[in-house]
Design a protein around this ligand. Structure first.
Ligand SMILES: *Cc1c(COP(=O)(O)O)cnc(C)c1O
Length: 380
């Protein structure tokens, strides 16, 4: 037993940036121009991310979810259209498609990567399919080279849900730049999270970026106020948060490296556990993004209880496959099954992974997971 507990969601994510946060809010809040959204700071953050990614454009918006919605709207996806999405993942993958009046078509996932299986996605393409929308999951990028080829072959749009994958690079190409457009989420727990809501659309298609820019602010073009060219959304970005994110960009590479180092240590420690029913993601490698560290465990709930008894909090992301959610079940073909998605929902468990975890805590977490497999009375 240990006296201290290790939270899964740390309450002190921004403690080290306390002064910068206060300064960002104060400066934006008291600036002479009194422009609290879509001002100079937001524009600077867009330019910084665009340059870092080598993208043609980056458009800040109010969340990752609304980023996906803006992209789907900019691609004119709506009633009668189908979008192939993974059967395992977060709700916006289905809800953004439905909110456009289109139909999400759920494809099963790869059992190890937990990302959408390109072969399963290909089988679901019909004449109504307009786009493929794979997502990077936990710490693994989707097989974007195959999705890019598939989209090109079938003349489909490729919408990349890279909400969690900031810093990920696959074959030299950053996450967010494999699709016609990609998104990032800045909600607090994400890799480049902040204390508030926000997101970013990135794209190499300047015309698409222009439409997203217009859609995020009620269909206006940014020059003529109160001229609405198209039916848009309110999905704008906050100046105080932009100032804070500009400050936090400086340490981003270091935080990403620290996350990767912790994940690699975990994977090394957990590699021998596969015989005991615990499967860890592979260490390091190309196409990885260290957002969440997720194990697949046969005795998932017992492992969670064991961790909790030793002060380590864990979390189950997505206890159900998306088509098994009450909100989305009506959009799935009756009786259809997604065996790999269902299996991932049953077995996934995530353990703490954040840049300010101390080495001692990382070691304690790893020890505790390992001790589960040689505890007394275990059944396997
Ligand atoms: C977090 C997340 C989103 C949504 O981002 P928000 O900023 O919370 O709206 C979308 N897709 C995936 C895969 C995510 O993890």
């Amino acid at each position: 037993m240990t006296a201290e507990t290790v939270p899964f969601f740390p309450p002190d994510l921004f403690e080290a940036d306390r002064e910068a946060l206060l300064e960002a809010v104060y400066t934006a809040g008291t600036a002479a121009d009194q422009k609290f959204i879509l001002g100079e700071r937001t524009a600077r953050l867009e330019r910084e991310l665009r340059a870092r990614l080598g993208a043609a454009d980056a458009v800040a918006c109010s969340s990752g979810t609304s980023g996906l919605t803006l992209i789907l709207a900019a691609l004119d996806i709506g009633p009668g259209d189908e979008v192939v999405v993974p059967a395992f993942g977060c709700a916006p993958l289905a809800s953004t498609v439905i909110s456009r009046g289109a139909r999400p078509v759920f494809a099963d996932i790869d059992p190890a990567a937990l990302t959408m299986d390109p072969a399963a996605a290909e089988e679901l393409i019909t004449p109504r399919t307009r786009a493929l929308m794979p997502a990077h999951v936990f710490s693994v990028m989707a097989d974007m080279p195959r999705f890019r080829t598939l989209a090109d072959e079938h003349r489909l749009h490729l919408v990349e849900d890279s909400a969690v994958a900031q810093g990920g690079v696959l074959r030299g190409r950053p996450a967010g730049r494999w699709g016609d457009a990609g998104v990032f989420s800045f909600v607090q727990v994400k890799t480049f999270g902040m204390p508030g809501e926000g997101g970013m659309v990135v794209t190499d298609d300047t015309a698409l970026a222009e439409r997203v820019r217009m859609l995020r602010n009620h269909g206006q073009d940014g020059r003529n106020r109160f001229v609405h060219h198209t039916v848009g959304y309110n999905s704008r970005f906050d100046e105080a948060m932009a100032a804070f994110q500009l400050h936090r960009l400086d340490g981003l590479e270091d935080r990403l490296r620290r996350r990767a180092a912790i994940a690699d240590y975990y994977s090394e420690r957990f590699a021998p556990l596969s015989e005991a029913g615990i499967t860890a993601p592979p260490a390091g490698g190309d196409g990885r993004c260290h957002y969440v560290y997720t194990l697949l465990a046969e005795e998932r709930d017992e492992l969670a209880a064991h961790l909790a008894a030793h002060g380590v909090h864990s979390h189950v992301y997505y206890p159900r496959a998306l088509p098994a959610q009450p909100a989305f079940a009506g959009h799935a073909p009756p009786g259809a099954r997604w065996p790999n998605a269902e299996d991932a929902a049953r077995r996934n468990i995530s353990i703490p992974l954040y840049a300010h975890l101390s080495d001692a805590r990382v070691e304690h977490i790893a020890d505790t997971v390992c001790s589960f497999t040689d505890r007394e009375g275990r059944t396997r």
